[in-house]
Design a protein. Structure first.
Ligand SMILES: NC(=O)c1ccc[n+]([C@@H]2O[C@H](COP(=O)([O-])OP(=O)(O)OC[C@H]3O[C@@H](n4cnc5c(N)ncnc54)[C@H](O)[C@@H]3O)[C@@H](O)[C@H]2O)c1
Length: 310
């Protein structure tokens, strides 16, 4: 399994995430076969990869990279001859993914890794109907996958070590930053981190501590700036000065515990959802999603350059 050189990728399910993956793989000089059963998907996929291309050009294209290397199969046919790796990004429904993986497993040679972009499903369940479950794993990207480097790689009960290593090697070779999870957990690592922070952000808004805009600013002008470089633990190591994390915990461990004890636990009831939506739409203040996404992508590009320089 580890011996396969990846030159041709199957992108199965090409919506928000799959089309973004497709554009990224093309930018790395790979051949891409995309498949999606939705009516009109061909035009939509082409529109999306063309829309993502200027950002990818700005990030730098690999030798041979071209939009002409994209093939889109008609009517979502799993016509994946010659692909060396599959990135599945179909709808987040366990029954659908179990069936899709069963069908992919039936048409692909046994040494082709099948990676699912699933944000939260357990690959142990998704791989359960496959004859070769050892090549199935999670390769969870972060939106938008054509820009954000993180990929969380997770094995299921029947996934083989060789497939895990092949996937990690592949993602690293194409410029992604894979991390390996040692066990399956709902939401993997990064969504749990996001979820924990967002839960508290909403608690602060819902209890009237600050507006949604001010809570977002507290993050993006404060800890978020440091976390883009080194994450919360290494950041607190620096908070301890010369004594490092030991000194930090000795000095501030008590206060940190008192913050933890006071954190909120809002439930997403219909009433809460309505309040959250109203608060966030006030922050959006009529700006379009396209405008906000373009601003985010421009910022991310600068951040990626800075990280590369460092
Ligand atoms: N949106 C995110 O922020 C995000 C981030 C990371 C991972 N993911 C994961 O990526 C996957 C796709 O999410 P999305 O946001 O792109 O959803 P989406 O709805 O935009 O795209 C799903 C695509 O799958 C297609 N599809 C439907 N049935 C299919 C089938 N039987 N076989 C193949 N394709 C089929 C749909 O036509 C659609 O184009 C999900 O597993 C999700 O958890 C999403």
């Amino acid at each position: 399994m580890t011996g396969r050189v990846v030159k041709r990728i199957g992108v199965v399910g090409a919506g928000t995430i799959g089309a973004s993956w497709a554009a990224y793989f093309l930018a790395r000089g790979l051949d891409v076969v995309a498949t999606d059963p939705a009516p009109g998907s061909r035009e939509r996929i082409l529109e999306m990869v063309h829309r993502f291309w200027p950002v990818l050009e700005a990030m730098g294209l690999d030798a041979g990279a071209s939009l002409d290397r994209l093939t889109i199969t008609p009517d979502g046919a799993l016509d994946l001859d010659g692909v060396d790796f599959v990135q599945e990004s179909g709808p987040e429904r366990e029954d659908l993914k179990i069936d899709l993986f069963r069908r992919l497993d039936a048409v692909l040679p046994a040494d082709v890794v099948i990676a699912s972009s699933s944000s939260g499903l357990k690959i142990s369940n998704v791989q359960s109907a496959c004859a070769h479950p050892e090549r199935c794993l999670i390769g969870h990207p972060f939106n938008p996958p054509h820009i954000i480097p993180l990929v969380e790689v997770v094995a299921g009960r029947q996934t083989g070590d060789a497939a895990m290593q092949a996937a990690i090697d592949f993602y690293r070779a194409i410029g992604k930053h894979p991390i390996r999870l040692n066990k399956e957990v709902t939401g993997h690592v990064a969504n749990r981190l996001q979820g924990a922070v967002w839960r508290e952000a909403l608690h602060l808004v819902l209890t009237g501590v600050a507006s949604a805009a001010d809570v977002d600013d507290a993050m993006s002008y404060g800890p978020g700036m440091r976390w883009a470089l080194m994450g919360p633990s290494l950041t607190f190591h620096l908070g301890g000065g010369e004594g490092g994390i030991g000194a930090f915990l000795k000095h501030l461990g008590g206060p940190v515990q008192s913050w933890w004890d006071d954190l909120g636990h809002p439930d997403l009831t219909p009433e809460t959802i309505a309040l959250v939506e109203a608060a966030i739409l006030e922050e959006v203040a009529g700006r379009s999603t396209a405008e906000l996404a373009a601003r985010r992508d421009k910022f991310l590009l600068g951040l990626m350059r800075l990280k590369a320089e460092l």
